[in-house]
Design a protein around this ligand. Structure first.
Ligand code: GLY
Length: 296
């Protein structure tokens, strides 16, 4: 879902623009696309049929963070999170407070429940009423790491969270250290998957910490996922649910990790046009394939 956004971001970065502007334009592209059912407009709603969104923006030059959770009826949560990161205090706002900040700062209001998402919600409600199935179904976050020509690094996330979530439920995406973390002197990481399990691992911070120790982004992703999986299994006798991550260090080397099969992500670098990869979890390691053909 992030391919078109990464194409736009690469254009900006190629003309020496700021990593934060590249993140913003790329994530905005995903938020504005109604075909993606887990981010922005078209995102599937909570159990009451409301699209409650979470987003975050972190600047790796000075550690400033803007994060919002449970915001409704605003078009581009990533832009609001970016604006919030410039404030000295009150950098993580929820619900009505996030909406008030967005309104005062002139952000566009929009009913974020698309007709298609409403239909999906009505169908699911009927299904849950009949079968008593768990309402939980479907989640995905757009999360990105960006490095620019001035060596600034930024990370961003945006999601509508779990389909049929409880009102007020917040996942990992706006939580620093879990959903995202970046230090321009080291690198950045961000996560997608089930927030309830991602937050137990503080995985984005852990990946950046491992990169600081000198391991490659790929090793850091694999180590963080597999160490956490082991600990989780020891305590719970079952695997954690879906956790996938992307990471890049301050030299532009990148990596990705996942505990499932078919995790899709996009990479663009100076020398590489935006390319879609698919990662699978095989024998305790992440195996990455180009969408067509093995590259690692
Ligand atoms: N990773 C998104 C969420 O669980 O809300």
């Amino acid at each position: 879902m992030s391919y078109d956004g990464v194409v736009k971001a690469k254009k900006l970065l190629s003309s020496k623009k700021y990593a934060g502007d590249a993140i913003e334009i790329a994530i905005k592209d995903v938020e504005n696309n109604p075909s993606y059912t887990s981010v922005g407009y078209g995102g599937v709603p909570n159990e009451h049929g409301e699209v409650e969104m979470d987003a975050a923006f972190m600047n790796g030059d000075n550690f400033s963070i803007g994060a919002i959770a449970g915001i409704k009826d605003f078009e581009n949560p990533i832009c609001i999170a970016k604006a919030l990161s410039k404030e000295k205090y009150n950098n993580f706002l929820i619900g009505a407070g996030a909406e008030e900040f967005a309104h005062i700062n002139g952000f566009e209001r929009k009913n974020m429940l698309s007709e298609k998402a409403k239909e999906t919600w009505i169908k699911k409600k009927e299904e849950v009423a009949k079968t008593g199935l768990s309402a939980y179904d479907g989640h995905d976050t757009v999360c990105m790491v960006s490095l620019d020509s001035s060596n600034s690094m930024v990370v961003g996330t945006s999601t509508s969270g779990l389909f049929m979530k409880k009102k007020g439920r917040v996942g990992d995406s706006p939580i620093a250290g879990s959903g995202f973390y970046v230090d321009s002197n080291i690198g950045g990481a961000a996560a997608t998957g089930l927030g309830e399990d991602i937050t137990k691992s503080c995985i984005s911070y852990e990946i950046v910490r491992l990169m600081e120790e000198g391991v490659t982004p790929q090793e850091a992703c694999d180590t963080a996922i597999f160490k956490f999986t082991k600990k989780y299994k020891e305590k719970n006798h079952t695997e954690p649910r879906h956790i996938s991550v992307v990471a890049m260090n301050n030299k532009g080397q990148w990596g990705a990790g996942t505990n499932l099969n078919g995790y899709t992500f996009v990479v663009a670098t100076n020398s590489k046009e935006p390319t879609i990869y698919v990662a699978d979890y095989i024998g305790g390691k992440t195996k990455i394939n180009k969408k067509y053909g093995v590259v690692k």
